[in-house]
Ligand binder design. Structure first.
Ligand code: ADP
Length: 396
């Protein structure tokens, strides 16, 4: 069957049409500047990108343009919309209500809306996308795939904060974790790639992109992850601070004369490796800067790698061991230097890296040496394919 995978942001929408039998991407692209002016990027497999500027006052017009492009007589990927058999929607926050993907019903939409407070920028946009698809493709089954669902297996000791318990009861303040679709996909993928029994395994997944998180996956289930109530906690990221002493917030607010929103803006948008380096949030620029002798770029890379290594150590403790470590996402897949630096801290686990293999790019690759006590591999993530698979499993 053909599955349309939709990922709605507040002013953008990414899409892929995937043939679930072959897992080939038939067409993909994105709508940008929704509600501002509007721009559709469309690419049929094997063809060049087409860019169309057109008014997109809401997500409904954006999705209509995507559907028109998919059935376009000349460049369409399918002949008619009847060939789109299901839609899989990425939803950022499922709170404690969703521990797995679900077929979208009116009750599901209400439950997603109840999680809006937990992800005020993302969930409302996700809902707008679903409602637009419902209107434009009536009768086509739709599935919600949540970023938080995979992490719902975490035990209480991992998800409770050291805060008054009533905040958990009244306001649902707890660790949720994000990038769950990726952590789930990559943990399964590394187990099958290495011929491990997922049900008896201890895996650490390092999802290192612009947003970055780590998870500890024991016997196929998440037992801890570094992001928390929001995606701000944990690793040092492109522009996000990750873990800090919470008292820094008051201290900086006073010194810089900022309110809470101002401090949050700094922690989300002006911190991380960009904040440290003053150069860029992009690791390509940081590595270039480092090689050119830029000390702050070097400091940013060192802080980033050290934080990753500390979390790996914590998760080895959480699982009382580790069999395999996966690196994934933009930095994890491409920055060999980061993988090497992180693994240098892990010699105590008997981990050794093969520098030649670590320099390779592309598909799944083992980068640890044959005698390394823990296998380390690069496993490219594919969240759209994961959403497609989840959708098919529920719709079939
Ligand atoms: P997100 O989905 O969170 O935006 P990605 O997983 O796409 O992030 O990762 C984006 C990041 O990957 C970029 O900010 C950049 O730092 C890093 N990246 C991409 N390509 C390379 C590369 N060749 N070398 C080093 N880093 C890279």
């Amino acid at each position: 069957m053909n599955v349309l995978v939709i990922n709605c942001g507040s002013s953008s929408l990414k899409y892929q049409l995937i043939n679930s039998d072959t897992e080939d991407v038939l067409a993909k692209g994105l709508c940008e500047r929704i509600g501002i002016d509007g721009r559709l990027v469309y690419q049929k497999a094997g063809c060049d990108k087409e860019i169309t500027e057109a008014a997109m006052p809401t997500h409904k017009e954006a999705i209509q343009m995507v559907l028109d492009a998919l059935v376009n007589e000349k460049t369409g990927a399918v002949k008619s919309l009847s060939e789109v058999n299901a839609v899989g929607h990425r939803i950022v926050h499922g709170g404690e209500k969703f521990a797995s993907s679900v077929i979208i019903t009116d009750e599901v939409l209400d439950a997603v809306a109840e999680c809006n407070d937990l992800a005020p920028l993302h969930n409302p946009a996700n809902l707008i996308g679903i409602n637009a698809c419902k209107e434009l493709m009536p009768g086509v089954p739709m599935v919600a795939v949540f970023d938080t669902a995979f992490h719902q297996t975490m035990p209480q000791k991992a998800y409770l904060y050291g805060l008054p318990y009533e905040y958990y009861e009244k306001y649902k303040v707890r660790r949720y974790g994000f990038h769950g679709t990726s952590h789930s996909f990559v943990s399964k993928e590394i187990a099958s790639f290495l011929g491990m029994d997922l049900d008896h395994s201890k895996i650490i997944v390092c999802h290192l992109g612009n947003g970055a998180s780590i998870s500890a996956v024991k016997d196929g289930k998440c037992v801890d992850t570094s992001m928390g109530l929001t995606p701000l906690e944990g690793l040092v990221m492109g522009t996000r601070s990750g873990d800090i002493d919470p008292a820094i917030m008051e201290y900086i607010a006073k010194k810089e004369n900022l309110d809470i929103a101002g401090v949050m803006n700094v922690l989300n948008k002006k911190s991380g490796v960009e904040g440290i380096s003053g150069l860029s949030s992009d690791f390509r620029d940081l590595v270039d800067g480092m090689n050119a002798g830029n000390k702050r770029a070097e400091a940013a890379v060192e802080v980033f790698c050290y934080r990753v290594a500390k979390y790996v150590g914590a998760y080895v403790a959480a699982m009382n061991g580790v069999d395999a470590i996966a690196f994934t996402a933009g930095i994890g897949e491409n920055a060999g230097l980061v993988r090497e630096k992180v693994c240098e801290y892990l010699g105590y686990l008997g981990i050794a890296i093969d520098k030649e293999e670590n320099a390779k790019r592309g598909d799944n690759v083992v980068i640890s040496t044959a005698d390394s006590k823990v296998k380390v591999a690069v496993i490219p993530t594919n969240e759209e394919l994961a959403i497609c698979r989840e959708t098919v499993a529920l719709v079939k």
